[in-house]
Design a protein around this ligand. Structure first.
Ligand SMILES: [Zn+2]
Length: 194
């Protein structure tokens, strides 16, 4: 049965307001609602660790943070663990003044057969919905797979002022969730790339 697994950790400066288990639970809830089907196909397995933390040495931007995390021993240990973790999300709690929410090493890189390690870096300002957004990117979901009705009304993969799927006039009940377009893209990725 096709499924995916994501591990969540924080940085060496872990604090209670950046609890990785809270982010894992949030993403799991969104995934169970919109990505997993009635037979539990496309399900998401999550875990988080309080005692395993990544180290960052004063990164100068999100690209630098991701480069450091690719070489971080804790991140590498989790990615290479058995049973396999298809991706790792690192939630930072230090404000380096480049807050953007999050970034991934590459869009569509979760799973064992990609060229890049599947890592998402969440900046200090990253809310839980941003974490779900980045986990979507790790599974090949794009901004164009989202729907967007305004500044506070959008589906998870949305970025403001970008072209969105379904001409923005459908699926109003999907606000704050994965749109149907994103669901299709993510399921297709799990079927064919993982
Ligand atoms: Zn994005």
């Amino acid at each position: 049965m096709a499924q995916t697994t994501v591990g969540f950790i924080t940085t060496e400066h872990a604090s209670s307001n950046r609890d990785p288990s809270a982010h894992a639970d949030y993403v799991l809830d969104k995934w169970a609602t919109d990505i997993q089907d009635g037979s539990r196909n496309y399900s998401l397995g999550v875990n988080s660790w309080d005692d395993r933390t990544a180290e960052l040495n004063n990164p100068d931007g999100t690209d630098d943070a991701l480069e450091q995390l690719k070489n971080d021993s804790t991140v590498q240990n989790i990615i290479n663990e058995t049973p396999v973790w298809d991706a790792v999300v690192v939630i930072d709690d230090r404000d380096y003044q480049f807050a953007v929410g999050g970034e991934v090493t590459e869009i569509g890189c979760a799973g064992p057969w990609n060229g890049e390690d599947a890592i998402a870096y969440m900046t200090a300002d990253g809310e839980k919905i941003h974490t779900a957004h980045e986990v979507g990117h790790l599974h090949n979901a794009r901004h164009g797979d989202a729907e967007n009705w305004g500044w506070w009304e959008f589906t998870i993969m949305a970025q403001t002022n970008v072209q969105t799927c379904n001409n923005n006039d459908l699926q109003l009940t999907r606000k704050g969730r994965f749109s149907g377009c994103a669901t299709n893209k993510i399921r297709d990725y799990i079927d064919n790339q993982m």
